[in-house]
Write a new protein. Structure first.
Length: 298
């Protein structure tokens, strides 16, 4: 009996130690995974803005993260924005669905912790008080150079042919598209999976807001000169020639991928919705910021 108890004790200790090791390993690898994802996203964002290892962003360029939430109280629903302020602090601004200012509350959180979803949500909840439900909606990065807005970066996702497609969209101050990058997808290889190719995703580059609002997908073949411009890295066309050709097609619809019209339409509709909704919401947010004299960092 004594031997059995000893064996059980040793097995229990071994299982506890194994669980501890596995737990520590999971935390470490999960942290490393999040770090790698963040680094890759930062690299993609800088690339969409035209920066690279050979052409690094100047020190005057800054990225200001704005987090949007849905705020519920009883049957009422409003939009909430966690905003970085000029003095380095954070504030949560609530605006009702009619675009009217509701409230503003200081949020006790540091710049180092604001990127952590749990820390952020907890700090916002403490700031706005009990009785209100908050749900994360999306994130916007406002890019400035010497304090002047130069671009907006919109991470987002939308339905694809199979599951969801994750993307990052870059817009200029007038909401024309600077670039599009597909981050994750489960579209069919060789068909919808071609949404990651330059000859598809670069069709969106340079399209102004008014064109994006009515953007559709066409099944006509992609013109050869246009394809060469979109794949300049392969065709060897110069920057001026590429810009000239893309300028000719900036008001055109999106040419569908062969055999993947649904995936092509999914990306097109997703991009269109992201741009339209962002332009609408930003106009409301900027108006309220002016009316309430809120000094944001951007």
């Amino acid at each position: 009996m004594k031997d059995i108890l000893t064996i059980i004790f040793r097995l229990t200790v071994a299982c506890l130690l194994a669980g501890l090791v596995m737990g520590v390993a999971f935390i470490a690898t999960n942290k490393a995974k999040k770090h790698n994802i963040h680094v890759n996203e930062q690299k993609v964002m800088l690339s969409l803005l035209g920066y690279s290892a050979k052409n690094p962003a100047p020190e005057t360029v800054a990225m200001h993260e704005v987090y949007r939430y849905l705020v519920g109280e009883g049957e009422d629903l409003a939009m909430g924005y966690l905003l970085p302020l000029r003095d380095g602090s954070f504030s949560f601004l609530t605006i009702d669905l009619a675009g009217t200012f509701v409230a503003q509350a200081p949020v006790a959180i540091t710049a180092e912790k604001v990127a952590e979803a749990e820390e952020r949500t907890s700090a916002i909840g403490a700031a706005i008080g009990a009785g209100k439900a908050i749900r994360y909606a999306d994130q916007t990065i406002v890019v400035t150079n010497n304090g002047k807005r130069t671009a907006y970066l919109l991470p987002g996702r939308f339905p694809g042919f199979k599951t969801f497609i994750s993307a990052i969209l870059a817009l200029d101050p007038n909401f024309s598209i600077l670039g599009l990058e597909i981050m994750e997808h489960e579209e069919d290889p060789g068909l919808g999976g071609e949404i990651v190719q330059n000859y598809f995703k670069k069709q969106f580059k340079g399209k102004p807001l008014e064109t994006v609002k009515k953007l559709e997908v066409v099944k006509t073949p992609l013109p050869e000169e246009y394809r060469k411009a979109l794949e300049a890295d392969k065709s060897g066309l110069g920057a001026e020639e590429v810009a000239g050709i893309q300028g000719q097609y900036k008001d055109n619809d999106i040419y569908a991928l062969t055999g993947a019209t649904i995936s092509s339409r999914s990306v097109t509709n997703g991009v269109k919705a992201m741009v339209k909704k962002f332009a609408y919401r930003l106009a409301i947010l900027d108006r309220v910021l002016v009316e309430q004299h809120i000094a944001t960092s951007f």
